[in-house]
Design a protein around this ligand. Structure first.
Ligand code: INI
Length: 154
């Protein structure tokens, strides 16, 4: 018989950390709202959620690594919004944060969720921050809840 292991979408007793970038706060505040709303609607109490603000997306991984190393959190949500400008800065920020989040996952084993928008236009970001394309913060929260539950079963 095949054994199947799945994470369920109940927040359980776990603690969740949300690291959110202040850069493009017009967008990231919406992602944060979506993430907190999703966590609480899946059973998390306020005391189980810690929000950490950082200056920009580049700084997300510095805080996330420290939180993962602390062993206090079942999952860490990384929320940011990188929007392409007229220079190559966008590419460096995207590379840094995606590599950083991946490294934290591998190195610490703490589910560290990539909830960073990487968009060509502000319109694309707005569409993913609670309008046409849903809310990427809420999606990140669902992944965090599922992974937190799953990790306890593996
Ligand atoms: N930070 C973002 O979160 N989004 C961006 O779109 C962005 N752009 O394009 O410049 C951005 N830059 C700041 C960066 O994350 C750092 O805070 C900064 O370089 C200081 O380290």
């Amino acid at each position: 018989m095949i054994q199947e292991i799945k994470g369920h979408l109940t927040a359980g007793p776990h603690r969740y950390a949300i690291v959110v970038s202040r850069f493009n706060e017009f967008i990231t505040a919406k992602l944060l709202g979506g993430a907190v709303d999703c966590l609480t609607r899946h059973g998390a109490k306020d005391e189980q959620i810690t929000v950490i603000w950082v200056p920009g997306t580049i700084e997300i991984t510095t805080a996330a690594k420290k939180l993962a190393d602390s062993g206090q959190y079942a999952a860490i949500l990384c929320l940011g919004a990188v929007i392409r400008g007229q220079t190559g800065h966008y590419d460096y920020v995207c590379q840094q944060v995606s590599r950083g989040v991946g490294t934290i996952n591998y190195d610490t084993g703490v589910p560290t969720i990539f909830g960073v928008l990487t968009c060509d236009t502000i319109e694309q970001a707005i569409e993913r921050a609670g309008t046409k394309q849903g809310n990427a913060g809420a999606n990140a929260a669902l992944a965090a809840i599922e992974m937190a539950d799953l990790m306890g079963k593996l």
